[in-house]
Design a protein around this ligand. Structure first.
Ligand SMILES: [Zn+2]
Length: 131
């Protein structure tokens, strides 16, 4: 069984965690900084990750390579929802890297009218232009 593990681990006890806004956690830690892992084939997860994070089992038969997009895609979806991006809206995306590409596809799928992408890298702008 594969699981999706968010990179940020919340303490679950600070005032922000208790108020239900763990993204403001005073004691958050990140995989690959507090613990080794990230791009490793296997990693050992400390109990805090299992107890205080949004670790989710992937559906049976999930492609683990595609599943690597679960966390960044969910963050982008959350940003689109917070920004109320919808039909006919004008969207400006700063950064034409992988996260910018995800935002571009989401904005298109949500029916955005005009979408502008800005970046200082000509190569990235050229790549995203062909999506
Ligand atoms: Zn906390």
């Amino acid at each position: 069984m594969y699981v999706s593990v968010p990179p940020v681990v919340y303490c679950g006890t600070c005032e922000f965690c208790r108020k239900g806004v763990p993204e403001l956690c005073l004691n958050y830690q990140e995989i690959a900084q507090a613990w080794p892992g990230g791009f490793a084939e296997y990693i050992a997860l400390p109990p805090e990750i299992i107890q205080n994070s949004a670790m989710q089992p992937l559906p049976e038969g999930s492609d683990p390579v595609r599943a690597t997009l679960a966390e960044p895609l969910s963050s982008c979806i959350n940003a689109m929802e917070k920004g109320n991006v919808g039909r006919g809206e004008t969207v400006v995306i700063i950064g034409a890297g992988p996260i910018g590409a995800l935002h571009l596809e989401l904005a298109r799928n949500r029916g955005a009218g005009k979408i502008f992408v800005a970046d200082i890298s000509e190569n990235r702008l050229y790549s995203i232009r062909n999506l």
